[in-house]
Design a protein around this ligand. Structure first.
Ligand SMILES: Nc1ncnc2c1ncn2[C@@H]1O[C@H](COP(=O)(O)OP(=O)(O)OP(=O)(O)O)[C@@H](O)[C@H]1O
Length: 566
């Protein structure tokens, strides 16, 4: 029995007589099977060793030469690097064979060769690859192919016919042109639709909902003057963290103060006394709250949502996940949410629902359907939802756990020279603490933020970081959701995030609207179990698709009518 390899095909021969160099005659051999080389090798090895351990496999010289020729031709072809064309590189890998140019497009069925392919092996530490930034402006600030001139970068906020004072306030903040998501969302909220707004991190979603809400509230305020005692909450914005609640409050105050609108904030961890004090003198027009604090306020009857006109759920996927969903359901039982457009207008109108987020993993539609009629919601989904940001450079470094601290120290020194704000993400509060002590010993000035800190200690940390009092913030994912980080230019994933969603939110702290362009993300990949996620990210980058498992369609439960996708 004998087999030879010709390209990718194995040919198996058989002859009754033992084979020797002198007795070889190709005509004596009968081709038995032809098949793919990998399967053939395995089965032939098994057959030859089991049947006759002493069998000698000889391959005729001419055949050997032919095989060599084929091998050489093949290696010449690979050396040509078909994935590299003239121009800039999209993927730069330690192994140049795995580089990929911006101009190269993978075929539909072509499997990309991944730089992270062998990253589960023990030899992998030290390997790296970078997804380069391929454009300088964020996608939500530029016009896309096929879009008309009514999109971002062309119009000003005057096009929404909101009150001129609001436009002036925005101008004073150097916010002149609406982003793509603002172009689509503001008119729909003004027209009283229930909205589901899914757009990438940093694309200006906060103003997309606050502007029309403040415009509507000021218009009604002009008609009816309330005394402090008569004032009722008209808009509630729910967010998952106290830091985000403070941030949204400060934006709402900056644009609402001019009209005498009162904006208040309640967050968890400060006790019922603190919540009571917030409402002791009067109710606000706009309340920004975390679910736990709002629920306490409702149970203790410090607030009433009977006059609510707008209910906003920001960071929707976090708010609908298991940690908040129960509270959210109870809060919703205290409100009357409109199920159709006609219910959002008139004297007996119900609250307009606005659901906002940058990531919508499958299943959110299912949960939303419990709250309102999904068919009534206008879905606004940006083109780049769940894509890697093309204006942010992202490096993945396979590194041993013991070497991470040194790599981090080097990266921080580099960022310090470039005067960048840096966020270092860890997966647990204990790692934040440990890393903090270690960096302290290394003389790196920093602050720490994690969810297990007492509320009083947590207070103001993020604000101080935003003000530039310190350049490095070591944090858990509580800093990855919604927080605006204009001054951050560099993200380090000290621990690799546990999901695509977390990766998108962490990376989304750089390259935000109104910022100075892109930014940089460096991710340490230490564990074998991180590698699969890295490979999915690399595949999405090479294919230029959205991240898998994050369907860009917001799934509608089967019994409902289709959502409007704009
Ligand atoms: N039209 C605009 N032009 C310039 N800057 C803007 C514009 N709209 C918003 N910004 C600024 O962009 C930054 C990001 O906005 P915002 O925090 O609302 O983003 P986001 O979409 O909510 O992000 P995330 O998903 O991370 O919560 C803010 O500093 C905001 O002031």
């Amino acid at each position: 029995m004998q087999f030879v390899k010709v390209g990718n095909v194995a040919v198996l021969f058989s002859k009754q007589l033992p084979i020797t160099r002198s007795s070889f005659n190709a005509r004596d051999y009968v081709p038995l099977i032809c098949g793919h080389i990998d399967a053939m090798f395995a089965s032939v090895r098994k057959m030859t060793t089991a049947a006759s351990p002493s069998v000698v496999i000889r391959i005729p010289r001419r055949m050997q030469e032919r095989i060599e020729n084929i091998k050489q031709v093949q290696s010449k072809r690979t050396n040509k690097l078909p994935t590299v064309k003239a121009g800039r590189l999209l993927i730069k890998s330690k192994n140049p064979q795995l580089n990929q140019s911006v101009g190269y497009t993978l075929g539909k069925f072509e499997q990309p060769a991944l730089a992270s392919k062998g990253w589960k092996s023990k030899e992998a530490p030290g390997d790296y690859f970078t997804i380069n930034s391929i454009q300088s402006a964020p996608p939500f600030m530029v016009k896309h192919e096929g879009e008309d001139n009514d999109t971002a970068g062309h119009k000003t906020f005057e096009c929404f016919h909101i009150c001129p004072e609001l436009v002036e306030t925005l101008q004073s903040l150097n916010i002149i042109h609406p982003t793509t998501v603002q172009m689509k969302t503001i008119p729909k909220i003004l027209k009283r639709h229930n909205i589901l707004c899914a757009a990438e991190t940093g694309s200006g979603k906060t103003l997309a909902y606050l502007l029309p809400i403040i415009h509507k509230l000021q218009a009604e305020k002009r008609l009816e003057e309330f005394t402090d005692k008569e004032r009722q909450i008209q808009a509630v914005v729910m967010v998952p963290s106290r830091e985000l609640a403070e941030q949204v409050t400060s934006v709402a105050r900056s644009i609402g103060q001019r009209f005498g609108l009162v904006v208040k904030v309640v967050g968890g961890g400060r006790g019922v006394g603190n919540i009571k004090a917030t409402f002791s003198h009067s109710q606000p027009d706009v309340l920004v709250a975390t679910p736990g604090a709002l629920l306490k306020a409702l149970w203790k009857r410090f607030v009433s949502l009977s006059e609510l006109n707008f209910l906003v759920i920001d960071e929707a996927d976090t708010m609908f996940d298991a940690s908040f969903a129960g509270m959210l359901e109870k809060i919703l039982s205290h409100t009357q949410v409109a199920s159709r457009l006609s219910e959002t207008v008139g004297f007996t109108r119900k609250a307009q629902l606005v659901v906002v987020g940058a990531t919508f993993p499958g299943g959110v539609g299912e949960i939303l359907s419990k709250v309102t009629d999904l068919g009534s919601m206008v879905v606004i989904k940006s083109q780049m939802l769940h894509y890697l940001m093309p204006h942010v450079k992202q490096t993945f470094l396979r590194v041993k756990g013991a070497d991470k601290i040194l790599e981090l120290h080097q990266a921080l020194k580099k960022a310090e020279q470039e005067h960048k704000g840096v966020l270092v993400f860890c997966n647990s509060a204990s790692t934040v603490n440990w890393l903090g002590y270690t960096l302290e010993e290394m003389g790196v000035c920093h602050m720490r933020l994690q969810g297990e800190m007492p509320a009083a200690m947590r207070e103001g940390i993020f604000r101080n970081f935003q003000r530039g009092n310190v350049d490095v913030l070591i944090c858990t994912d509580i800093a990855s959701r919604g927080l605006d980080t204009q001054r951050v230019g560099f993200i380090v994933n000290y621990d690799f995030p546990e999901s695509h969603t977390d990766y998108i939110h962490r990376a989304g702290r750089v390259g935000r609207a109104g910022g100075s362009g892109g930014g940089e993300v460096l991710s340490f990949v230490t564990h074998r179990w991180d590698v699969e996620l890295v490979q999915k990210i690399e595949t999405a980058a090479r294919r230029r698709t959205s991240l898998p498992g994050m369907e860009s369609e917001i799934k509608n439960p089967s019994h409902k009518t289709d959502l409007t996708i704009e």
